[in-house]
Write a protein that binds this ligand. Structure first.
Ligand code: DX5
Ligand code: ZN
Length: 217
């Protein structure tokens, strides 16, 4: 399976976001973490900044909304030009209605699960989404260590997708680096978010290529 790399700009220089988006021009997506101080204890950026990023980014934007009330706020990110909009299962009141709305707007729709949130309730609804994001750390901060206990959930998600015959992507986010990406790929992930590993590297393009190779092997 082709591995897609989506570096997280959470680890970029927030005073130089356009420059840092160009550093990852070889990636498949740019992962943009939106946090609201409520769903997670951190605050990053919102729609006005996101709209400008969508205008200047050389790669499509993969929005990860760690916010309360995504039913209300997520469609605006699709409208702003996100290629993919992922909302949290724990925060959405009507995930199927929201996913349908995002798709109607032309975005891919993703549903994200915190490490302790089970994937089972979503396995019968795979036809309604384009991606399941299995969080491999507790959302909120970059630079945390990969939680190996999430591997069985990645496997269950991939198995259900395979059985369904649908083309639903399985994304992993948190603690992904050269030392963990193979485990996640082996468990069935095909989209890999990496923040500190990519932006902390001296050779950003080389790091993206190395991660892609490891995930594809
Ligand atoms: C964490 C964010 C991640 C974060 C990953 O809540 O969703 O996207 O940037 O950072 P690393 O790759 O450093 O764990
Ligand atoms: Zn993220």
């Amino acid at each position: 399976m082709a591995a897609l790399i989506s570096p997280s700009i959470l680890s970029a220089d927030f005073a130089n976001l356009e420059r840092d988006l160009h550093k990852i021009a070889d990636a498949d997506y740019a992962h943009v973490d939106v946090m609201d101080y409520h769903f997670v204890p951190n605050l990053t950026l919102g729609l006005p900044v996101f709209e400008r990023l969508a205008q200047v980014s050389p790669v499509p934007l993969d929005a990860h909304l760690m916010i309360e009330d995504p039913d209300r706020w997520a469609p605006a990110y699709a409208e702003a030009g996100a290629a993919s909009v992922t909302f949290h299962a724990e925060a959405a009141a009507a995930p199927v209605r929201l996913a349908r709305e995002l798709r109607r707007q032309g975005a891919r729709a993703g549903v994200a699960l915190r490490p302790a949130t089970p994937v089972e309730p979503f396995l019968d609804l795979l036809a309604e989404v384009d991606m399941i994001l299995v969080m491999t750390v507790e959302p909120g901060f970059g630079g945390q260590s990969f939680i190996e206990g999430t591997l069985p959930k990645i496997r269950r998600a991939r198995q259900a997708v395979s059985e369904s015959g649908l083309d639903v992507w399985v994304q992993v986010d948190g603690g992904i680096s050269r030392s963990t990406i193979e485990q996640a790929a082996d468990a069935g992930a095909n989209v890999f978010v990496a923040g500190s590993a990519v932006y902390g590297a001296d050779d950003v393009a080389g790091e993206i290529a190395a991660l892609r190779d490891l995930a594809t092997a």
